[in-house]
Design a protein around this ligand. Structure first.
Ligand SMILES: Nc1nc2c(ncn2[C@@H]2O[C@H](COP(=O)(O)OP(=O)(O)OP(=O)(O)O)[C@@H](O)[C@H]2O)c(=O)[nH]1
Ligand SMILES: [Mg+2]
Length: 511
């Protein structure tokens, strides 16, 4: 996206697939900026392991910390890549210490950097006892790894100044003395992270990371299914609890434990999967809409008919693709762990389950409480159609949410987001993809809370609102209250004890 080049940051997640070492790896790259955490957390629900890339000069940044916490709570194995070792970096022992202290997980260095003051010499693979030398050459090629009996091997010793040599020897000695052996079970449980050092932009250490990843990462795991259509209709299971309760704020993950009826194994006969991302107009060559599905069980076959769990309708999946950046290729079959892109299907929404077994329904996607609000004006009446069409698409992608003020004659959309950069993305994409310029006006709200389900108009009329607060509806017509401040929201709670507020809307029932 041009906006990303201009801003120098990613504004949305990217899905791509590649083959390495005889495996198909689905890489879901997430943006780092906190304003896009909604997208990031949705994508996290679709993965089996995570690679955390840390800038070795900075250590763990706030956003990374939150992500790690979510992964840990979900029990997702975490691999750590300490990047930018070609530049002066922080003391590697301190970096490990930080991982352990800040994130509360064990850190096991699989390899170790040699030369950390900007004079990067390479990494020492603690398992194979090989040194991989970092020598910049034209075309990003490196010398083959040198096998050594230890860091003191004359071949290596000759390349290191005394200070570097003593330092690395001491560090490796300390690591050995600490005597921690590699614990694969702890890695699989997400309580220890294998750590790799390298330099991404120089493609150095990446291969070691991938090799380690293939060796230690788990295959596709069983997924928790909530009550699907069949059970619901037969009354065989009780309705599931409100999964949104546990997210309770903008960065907490959903609690997977509360949604129990069954675990769906990857080898389960029936095909099942869920949509974790939707994006339109990804490629100017194909101006269409792709729903990304994480396959959880069974076998996907192109042209198969599945149940769309939310509507209960049967749909035929004919236009299925694998994505490689902007390139796409028709895919005829897929299995658990695969990500496929389905083109078309305007009825699909984020979080929807597709399955041949109506007993299965996934409810993986976390929801977030918006924290920032704005009105979006269409300054050009002649572009009303494009403006509306573009906005509808972006709402469906979950780029932002939209609310409607109660008792308001004004039809200007009121957008709600976790971070203001989301609004910028909406405006940019409306113009670039739909030819609809827009104007943003800050809305005087900072907090939104949902009212209990089932309130009547009379109840809403009777509410005593603090000054500046307004009642609004979300896209599912759930009433909520917009406040100017947390203080104002608290005041409402005290003055309207019969109307408890929630940080998230009541959960929609699966059809
Ligand atoms: N010196 C050095 N720079 C690097 C290295 N890897 C990445 N960079 C630079 O760091 C900057 C950020 O890289 P990105 O890959 O966009 O970082 P990111 O964390 O994915 O950022 P977002 O996707 O925007 O969240 C770019 O200017 C890269 O060239 C490295 O190994 N060494
Ligand atoms: Mg990135």
């Amino acid at each position: 996206m041009e906006l990303e080049r201009k801003r120098g940051i990613s504004v949305s997640s990217t899905v791509l697939q590649f083959e390495y070492g005889g495996f198909f790896i689905n890489l879901l790259d997430t943006p780092g900026h906190k304003d896009f955490s909604e997208d990031t957390y949705r994508v996290l629900t679709a993965v089996d392991s995570v690679i955390m890339v840390i800038d070795s000069a900075k250590g763990i940044e706030t956003q990374t910390r939150k992500l790690f916490e979510v992964c840990r709570q979900r029990g997702v194995p975490i691999f750590t890549f300490m990047n930018k070792c070609d530049r002066p970096m922080r003391d590697p022992l301190m970096l490990l210490d930080e991982l352990e202290k800040v994130l509360g997980i064990g850190a096991f260095p699989v390899n170790w950097p040699i030369g950390t003051d900007g004079d990067f010499k390479g990494v020492y693979d603690r398992h194979s006892r090989q040194v991989h030398l970092f020598e910049r050459t034209v075309g990003g090629q490196y010398r083959a790894p040198v096998s050594v009996g230890g860091i003191g091997d004359p071949v290596i010793r000759g390349r290191l100044d005394d200070q570097t040599f003593h330092r690395v020897s001491e560090e490796l000695g300390m690591l050995d003395l600490a005597g921690e052996s590699f614990d694969l079970d702890a890695v699989l449980a997400g309580t220890t992270t294998p750590v790799f050092f390298g330099s991404g932009v120089n493609n150095f250490g990446v291969q070691l990371l991938l090799d380690g990843f293939l060796k230690y990462s788990p295959g596709p795991a069983a997924r928790r299914s909530v009550v699907g259509q069949a059970y619901r209709q037969s009354g065989a299971a009780s309705a599931r609890s409100n999964g949104a309760e546990s997210t309770g704020g903008s960065d907490a993950p959903p609690d997977r434990q509360d949604a129990c009826p069954s675990m769906v194994q990857p080898a389960h006969d029936a095909f099942s999967g869920f949509i974790f991302k939707i994006q339109a107009n990804m490629d100017p060559k194909h101006r269409d809409r792709i729903a990304f599905v994480r396959i959880c069980s069974g076998r996907f076959e192109r042209d198969m008919t599945v149940v769309h769990a939310r509507t209960g309708k049967k749909v035929r999946l004919s236009s299925s693709h694998k994505l490689f950046g902007n390139e796409r290729e028709t895919v005829d079959e897929g299995y658990a762990g695969d990500i496929i892109g389905l083109v078309g299907h305007s009825e699909f929404g984020i979080g929807d389950t597709l399955t041949t077994d109506p007993a299965i329904a996934y409810n993986e996607i976390p929801r977030f409480t918006p924290e920032t609000f704005c009105y979006l004006h269409n300054p050009n009446t002649g572009k009303y159609k494009q403006f509306r069409q573009g906005l509808d698409q972006l709402l469906q992608e979950g780029v932002v949410q939209v609310l409607h003020l109660r008792d308001s004659a004004v039809k200007v959309p009121l957008l709600a987001a976790v971070g203001p950069l989301q609004f910028e993305v909406v405006q940019y994409r409306l113009e670039a993809e739909y030819g609809a310029p827009s104007r943003r006006e800050d809305a005087p709200f900072n907090v939104v809370r949902w009212l209990p389900a089932g309130l009547k108009d009379d109840d809403l009329d009777a509410l005593v609102l603090p000054s500046g607060a307004r009642i609004a509806y979300d896209t599912d017509n759930h009433p909520c209250v917009l406040f100017s401040s947390e203080w104002s929201a608290n005041y409402f709670v005290e003055t309207n004890p019969k109307f408890p507020l929630a940080a998230l809307p009541p959960v929609k029932e699966v059809a």
